[in-house]
Design a protein around this ligand. Structure first.
Ligand code: PEP
Length: 250
């Protein structure tokens, strides 16, 4: 078994108003207050970040943003800078989520710029990679992941304070989870690839699995050697289901 601390993160995507955020956190915070041997992270929408920062202060839950822009300030209407996120108490930012890549045309180059500015601002990066169904079926999975890692992390990015989230796109929001065996195989490959970039430090890096994680499959996923945590979408929107994912047992 590894020495890596488990890391369970919620990605709420474009869900929850302020009052829904308030209600969720009021119930969730006491529910997981004794889970100290794992990192717990919640990424609400931008509008809920200040309220969530307030509610999570002095708890064992860290705050994350779902995205960030790659400049520190300036004439970029509608964008949010890493300095603003750090300022309100965000500890992490999700970068390169497949929905950003797919619906907002984020390229590996944009992802790389975001990673660099987020790190500069002191934010931990949750760096997402993953293949489509077509890429998997045509045997391109490893090639795609290799490209996303090499380009997205280009520039000798210090891997400490970073986690990688492997999210096969065909498993996101579809109810189709990669089997623990499928996920483990890819996670082990990712760690090997990271060894080329980071040497021994790759062994300390958390690699999360994402894609239809539920209370029913979390234990078997977490039982795999190279699966160190989960990035959870749909099942993170309800207190009960996210709390039971957080409380997984190996
Ligand atoms: C995600 O998009 O990060 C995700 C894993 O979503 P879901 O859990 O809903 O598949």
């Amino acid at each position: 078994m590894t020495m890596r601390k488990p890391f369970i993160a919620a990605n709420w995507k474009m869900n929850k108003t302020l009052s829904e955020t308030e209600e969720f956190l009021s119930q969730f915070v006491p529910e997981v207050k004794n889970e100290h041997d794992r990192d717990i992270v919640i990424a609400p929408p931008f509008t809920s970040l200040p309220l969530a920062a307030e509610k999570l202060r002095n708890t064992n839950i860290a705050l994350a943003s779902q995205d960030v822009f790659y400049e520190e300030k300036g004439a970029y209407t509608g964008e949010i800078s890493p300095l603003m996120l750090a300022d309100i108490g965000c500890k992490y930012v999700i970068i390169g989520h497949s929905e950003r890549r797919q619906f907002f045309s984020e390229t590996d180059e944009i992802v790389n710029k975001k990673v660099k500015t987020a790190k500069k601002a002191g934010l931990g990066v949750i760096f997402c990679i993953g293949e489509t169904l077509d890429e998997r079926e045509t045997g391109k999975t490893l090639e795609i992941l290799e490209r996303e890692i090499e380009k997205g992390l280009d520039g000798h990015i210090d891997p400490m304070e970073m986690v990688i989230a492997y999210e096969p796109i065909w498993a996101i929001g579809t109810g189709k989870t990669a089997t623990p065996g499928q996920a483990q195989e890819v996670h082990a490959y990712i760690r090997k690839k990271l060894e080329v970039l980071y040497g021994n430090k790759a062994d300390e890096l958390c690699i999360l699995y994402g894609g239809s994680v539920t209370p029913d499959n979390i234990d078997s996923l977490m039982a795999c050697n190279d699966i160190d945590g989960a990035l959870v979408g749909g099942a993170s929107l309800k207190v009960d289901s996210f709390a039971s994912i957080v409380k997984f047992r190996r």
